[in-house]
Design a protein around this ligand. Structure first.
Ligand code: NAD
Ligand code: TYD
Length: 354
């Protein structure tokens, strides 16, 4: 885009990655107005944004992207120049028990936003942008070798990845059919602060600190490519400002870990930080029934992003994991509130349910 977008709706800004994206845009671009549009599902937590919520260029709007009438009137009222779309149901295990919710939010919700943007911008897409944040899971699973590139064929296996693949296809269709100025990025597994403790890394940190079993699915041999969430937010910033319309970028850390090796690394870090004997935390590792349809290996080739837009991860996994563990140990109250469900009481009165 040539000139900066003045008003941006960021969806899902109360979630894990969204809160880092909101923080980055609100603090780095004081001239932009940032509207955080979030339904506050179990995964949305406004405590994630406590440090920036007072800033004059930030606003929160509670709402459901599935609600067409609400989305249309919000777009007509606010007239955003751009959308950065992160709102989604994001957990594979939950998608296995409730696929329809994933279709509604991830597919129908995305199409509602695309329509509202198309109707508002009316074919004049100069300095307008619809940025769709997606996942590498749309590409399916890899064997021992190879990596996902931007031209890898889509082959999703879980209801989550199928719903994200569906939403990616709709975003491309709105570019190809209506000329909407879209960009898509597909990122590998993120880790860092404010990560909901249903996902592997925060769940393991929480359980180890509480001396509870750490569940490892199957044999723990599945491989994920981990990226520090603040590096993902920086990649989104770079792509949002520099990518050409209709393009796609993969984002990843070149940082593959077998789940079981990652858990052992976390156990070692926590033994050291909690003053436990080496090997004590690893006794909590408990092998459990494997996830249905469990993808074996994800690995991202992010060469296009590096060569074209100059983005690379800023820190090593060892540094990032150390920082992450320190953050969870220093923010025990955040973790306790999230695991007890208490965080959902905070804003109940302030933002009555729609
Ligand atoms: P998250 O589950 O932590 O947060 C999702 C947010 O979306 C929450 O604040 C939730 O309240 C909101 N939301 C859910 N349904 C909504 C609806 N119907 N209307 C409005 N808001 C709604 O998710 P995350 O891990 O931060 O992921 C953010 C995005 O990044 C998702 O699109 C996900 O597919 C993608 N992604 C995630 C990862 C990862 O490792 N977590 C990796 C690559 C891509
Ligand atoms: P997760 O954090 O749910 O992310 P995704 O499924 O989107 O990659 O899981 C990461 C990996 O860890 C995945 O291979 C499943 C595995 N896993 C466990 O072994 N135990 C757990 O308790 C969880 C939540 C995940």
């Amino acid at each position: 885009m040539n000139t900066p977008a003045k008003k941006i709706i960021i969806t899902g800004g109360a979630g894990f990655i969204g809160s880092h994206v909101v923080r980055r845009f609100v603090t780095n671009y004081p001239d932009y107005q940032i509207i955080n549009l979030d339904k506050l599902t179990y995964a949305g937590n406004l405590a994630n944004l406590k440090d920036i919520e007072h800033l004059p260029n930030y606003r929160f709007v509670k709402g459901d992207i599935v609600d067409i009438a609400f989305i249309n009137s919000l777009f007509e009222q606010e007239k955003p120049d751009a959308v950065i779309h992160l709102a989604a149901e994001s957990h594979v295990d939950r998608s296995i028990t409730n696929p329809l919710e994933f279709v509604m939010t991830n597919v129908v919700g995305t199409v509602n936003l695309l329509n509202a943007a198309k109707n508002l911008w009316k074919g004049n897409y100069e300095n307008k942008r619809f940025y769709h944040v997606s996942t590498d899971e749309v590409y399916g699973t890899l064997g021992e070798t190879d990596m996902f590139r931007e031209d890898t064929a889509y082959d999703p296996h879980s209801p989550y990845s199928a719903s994200k693949a569906g939403s990616d296809h709709f975003v491309r269709a709105y570019h190809d059919t209506y000329g909407l100025n879209t960009v898509i990025s597909n990122c590998s597994n993120n880790y860092g602060s404010y990560h909901f403790p249903e996902k592997l890394i925060p769940l393991a940190i929480h359980n180890i600190t509480q001396n509870k079993p750490v569940p490892v699915y199957g044999k723990g041999e599945n491989v994920r490519d981990w990226l520090w969430v603040e590096d993902h937010a920086r990649a989104i910033d770079v792509i949002f400002h520099k990518a050409a319309a209709g393009t796609t970028y993969n984002i990843g850390g070149h940082n593959e870990w077998k789940n079981i090796d990652l858990i052992h690394l976390l156990c070692n870090i926590l033994d050291r930080k909690l003053g436990r004997e080496q090997g004590e935390s690893a006794k909590l590792i408990t092998y459990v029934t494997d996830r249905a349809g469990h993808d074996l290996r994800y690995a991202i080739d992010a060469t296009k992003l590096k060569n074209e837009l100059g983005w690379e991860p800023s820190i090593t996994f060892e540094e990032g994991l150390e920082k992450t563990v320190e953050w969870y140990l220093a923010n025990q109250k955040w973790l306790d509130d999230v695991t007890s469900g208490h965080y959902q009481d905070y804003y109940k009165e302030q933002y009555a349910d729609r």
